[in-house]
Design a protein around this ligand. Structure first.
Ligand code: UTP
Length: 310
């Protein structure tokens, strides 16, 4: 826990339909899909707690109760595991509840990320001037020995005020797959990885992209965002976009900065990138990594051989 905490609540929107993972998401929330054995939302809860959050506010929807249930204690399961001498497994069961206090707000219909965040506004205490938002399908890995990007964003809010977003520097030939920041390089923030934002452009052609800084699923937002969310109109697909509310704040002179993240990142939101995340974490795992590396090497060397090993 950090000494100074510019926010204590971390909103985690988890009320989407998860259509890219159908048919699994008919019954299993996307946010509970495992990376090895741990759901993405638990990894994100750990990141929020490390950056100083004491409360996780999960935006959930009817039928997705299992997401919040993951953070409830399970004393009977723990007792059964303890009685069988499986203390390490009991500790895994306890971890989510011990990490952070979790609460929920309900979004009745999936009307977009902005709408989901807006649903959490009334649940904040009157003294909470800022709130973090973490997308649970975005895994943002701190560079070795560095604080998490959310901690860096908190420090930027303390120094410069306003709202702080997170960016990844991606190769220009890939930039048109992302939301892209338009940054003002004439403003000296005192740190080359902290830039003032002029605006955001959704998926621009590579030669028209205002920068190579792509938006990522971490936000540290001034409380004014909830008022801005009430004043924007639905965008594409009839959804309320969080970025439209941020753009409104920028247009009104509210300071918004971006921190360029130099560590790793995984997108758990679609099967292709989820697979890469799973393999990457598995290769680094002390129990599974060595055998997987051997198996994969063999598989790639003899791609036409039938799979025999388990
Ligand atoms: P995504 O667009 O990645 O998730 O939203 P999705 O809509 O569930 O997935 P697809 O596109 O249908 O496959 C990012 C995060 O915002 C939440 C989602 O649950 C996800 O964690 N979200 C999205 C909401 O909470 N409410 C919404 O209306 C939309």
């Amino acid at each position: 826990m950090q000494a100074s905490r510019p926010f204590r609540t971390a909103i985690v929107p988890a009320a989407g339909l998860g259509t890219r993972f159908l048919p699994t998401t008919k019954t299993v929330p996307k946010e509970l899909l495992p990376v090895i054995d741990t759901p993405g939302i638990e990894m994100v809860a750990a990141e929020a707690a490390e950056a100083g959050a004491s409360r996780l506010l999960i935006v959930t929807s009817p039928g997705k109760d299992a997401v919040a249930a993951h953070f409830a204690p399970q004393p009977e399961l723990e007792a059964t595991l303890a009685a069988r001498g499986k203390d390490a497994l009991a500790a895994k069961v306890r971890r989510a509840a011990e990490l952070i206090e979790a609460g929920t707000v309900t979004q009745d219909e999936p009307k977009g990320l902005g709408h989901a965040v807006g649903c959490a506004g009334d649940a904040l205490g009157p003294d909470e001037d800022a709130v973090a938002v973490l997308l649970p399908d975005d895994i943002v890995l701190a560079a070795p020995g560095e604080p998490s990007v959310l901690s860096r964003m908190a420090a930027v809010r303390e120094r410069l005020g306003g709202s702080v977003l997170c960016a990844f520097d991606v190769p220009r030939e890939q930039i048109s797959a992302y939301g892209v920041f338009d940054v003002d390089d004439t403003v000296d923030s005192g740190d080359p990885d902290v830039k003032r934002i002029r605006g955001m452009v959704e998926k621009p052609p590579a030669d028209q992209a205002p920068s190579t800084l792509a938006t990522a699923g971490r936000y540290l937002l001034d409380r004014q965002i909830f008022d801005a969310l009430k004043r924007i109109s639905p965008g594409s697909g009839g959804e309320l976009q969080l970025t439209d509310a941020v753009a409104l704040l920028i247009a009104e002179g509210h300071p918004v900065h971006v921190v360029v993240h130099r560590g790793g990142r995984h997108d758990l939101g679609n099967p292709g990138s989820y697979l890469r995340a799973f393999v990457d974490f598995a290769l680094a795992h002390p129990d599974y990594g060595p055998a997987l590396r051997e198996w994969l090497t063999d598989r790639l060397t003899f791609p036409d051989e039938p799979v025999r090993g388990a």
